[in-house]
Design a protein around this ligand. Structure first.
Ligand SMILES: *[C@@H]1O[C@H](CO)[C@@H](O)[C@H](O)[C@H]1NC(C)=O
Ligand SMILES: *[C@@H]1O[C@H](CO)[C@@H](O)[C@H](O)[C@H]1NC(C)=O
Ligand SMILES: *[C@@H]1O[C@H](CO)[C@@H](O)[C@H](O)[C@H]1NC(C)=O
Ligand SMILES: *[C@@H]1O[C@H](CO)[C@@H](O)[C@H](O)[C@H]1NC(C)=O
Length: 446
């Protein structure tokens, strides 16, 4: 296959295929992953056959975060290891420890332990730095101070790896962080990490193992969780979220719903706030049945600028989204001039290609999207020369993600038409076909 043809296939694939990523590669966050480091602080091969390891989980993703119920890190031991003690996290099961003699009680003897973070407010003597946030990890953009979690373990009864010269423990395998959509590599040995102990001094650990976990929406396949609706100042109707975007009312797979004016029922008994399991979604009944709706309203047309209002509504009656975030793709975002009530950071910036940005709430103001509530922003964009138009759906976002999940968009042929029929004719089909046609004609020239 010639080079030209290969490029052609690639472009057609990336432009015309569904926007779900075929693998873990995310063009909006190409280097985003979660790395897990095992830093060995002591390694006593001869006498006690134990080691002390600090395990840190770093979320290095720009916009994806780990929400409640949080991470649950598991792996399979290579040999007969037991966890004698932990700080900052705990194993969910102690398991069968009778094989360990001497009347001692290890923390966990399972072949495949599952470690969970401790809740906030854990007594100080059971903590380590960066622990105890109930398994929640911020995205790097929103808060790089809470994007790392850590716990410490004392592990005993381990077998030495053959190729480590009898000094290094054999690596565990089969890592899983227990969050849908993520899969993890095996551990590899990397140069030992350095850590700062005070202003002037760094210490080096004895040995570091690293595991990398990456996200793929493909892997998470399943229920949609948000949808997009559209409106403009120049047409009266609202283009709603597509019917059944997240399920159809009454179908067994869709969430329970409560109609219009009815108040939310009280939470079921026993399902308190401290419960680790998130409440099953209970949403306001709607045609789309999504817990989250993002509404894009083209509000005002100025001479050189235009104004958009974006509202994120939470239809879930039993869930508050803390540290929510929104990712929008629109070619005019590079000329974002003013933004109200939200934080903003461009996500994709390759040269002049700057069309995707991340929005999130302002601390102590709207960082929490309350159950049955909404958050909103208005932004003013400078019309980009030769590109700006109200026709062809150009003024609407290309993609929308809420909390890292891609939202269902209305089909392009339903976009609000311009009041002037002539202009609209040009518009309707051009959005859907536009991008592909440009590429195809470009290729025809090559
Ligand atoms: C963390 O975020 C703050 C504020 O956003 C920034 O000033 C700082 O450089 C960031 N630190 C790292 C290590 O990225
Ligand atoms: C990870 O390691 C285990 C045990 O050594 C091995 O069976 C498995 O094939 C490895 N997986 C990958 C993806 O390399
Ligand atoms: C959401 O937050 C509100 C106000 O802080 C609180 O009353 C409500 O109980 C919270 N709901 C859940 C499910 O945590
Ligand atoms: C991308 O757009 C943002 C928002 O308008 C702007 O602050 C930033 O400078 C732009 N970056 C590039 C490389 O054009």
């Amino acid at each position: 296959m010639g080079m030209g043809r290969f490029v052609f296939v690639l472009l057609v694939f990336s432009c015309c295929s569904s926007s779900r990523f075929a693998d873990a590669y995310d063009p909006m966050d190409p280097n985003g992953d979660i790395t897990i480091d095992w830093d060995f602080q002591s390694l006593d091969v001869k006498a006690a056959n134990t080691y002390t390891v600090m395990v840190s989980i770093h979320n290095r993703q720009l916009y994806r975060h780990i929400e409640r119920p949080g991470w649950r890190l598991s792996w399979s031991w290579a040999g007969k290891e037991v966890i004698w003690d932990t700080r900052g996290a705990e194993a969910t099961e102690q398991g069968e420890c009778s094989r360990v003699g001497g009347g001692s009680r290890p923390h966990c003897c399972q072949k495949r332990p599952v470690m969970v973070d401790l809740p906030p407010g854990t007594p100080f003597n059971q903590q380590v730095a960066n622990c105890c946030r109930g398994g929640v990890l911020s995205s790097l953009t929103q808060n790089n101070l809470t994007s790392t979690a850590a716990f410490q373990m004392v592990v005993g009864e381990y077998a030495a790896a053959r190729d480590g010269g009898g000094k290094e423990p054999e690596m565990p395998w089969g890592f899983d962080i227990g969050v849908p959509g993520y899969s993890c590599s095996n551990a590899t040995k990397v140069p030992p990490t350095r850590s700062k102990v005070d202003r002037n001094r760094h210490v080096q650990v004895l040995l570091t193992w690293r595991v990398t976990c990456s996200y793929s929406q493909y892997r998470e396949a399943g229920v949609q969780s948000c949808c997009v609706s559209l409106s403009t100042f120049y047409s009266s109707g609202i283009v709603p979220c597509p019917r059944c975007s997240c399920g159809c009312q009454g179908s067994p797979t869709s969430p329970q719903c409560v109609s219009g004016g009815e108040p939310a029922p009280p939470p079921p008994a026993g399902g308190g706030d401290d419960d680790d399991e998130p409440a099953a979604p209970l949403v306001r009944c709607s045609e789309h049945m999504c817990p989250i709706r993002v509404h894009w309203h083209v509000k005002v047309n100025y001479r050189r600028y235009w104004r958009v209002k974006v509202t994120v509504s939470n239809y879930n009656l039993v869930r508050n989204y803390s540290d929510w975030n929104l990712v929008l793709q629109h070619p005019n975002l590079r000329s974002l001039t003013q933004l109200f009530s939200f934080n903003y950071k461009p996500l994709v910036e390759y040269g002049t290609y700057n069309d995707t940005g991340m929005f999130w709430g302002i601390r102590y103001y709207n960082e929490m999207l309350l159950q049955d509530g909404n958050v909103q922003t208005e932004m003013i964009l400078e019309k980009s020369e030769g590109e700006f138009t109200f026709s062809g759906g150009w003024a609407f976002p290309r993609r929308v993600y809420f909390d890292g999940h891609e939202c269902v968009m209305p089909p392009a042929d339903q976009y609000p038409a311009l009041p002037n029929g002539a202009a609209a004719t040009r518009g309707q089909s051009s959005l859907a076909a536009g991008a592909c046609m440009v590429l195809l004609s470009f290729l025809a020239l090559v």
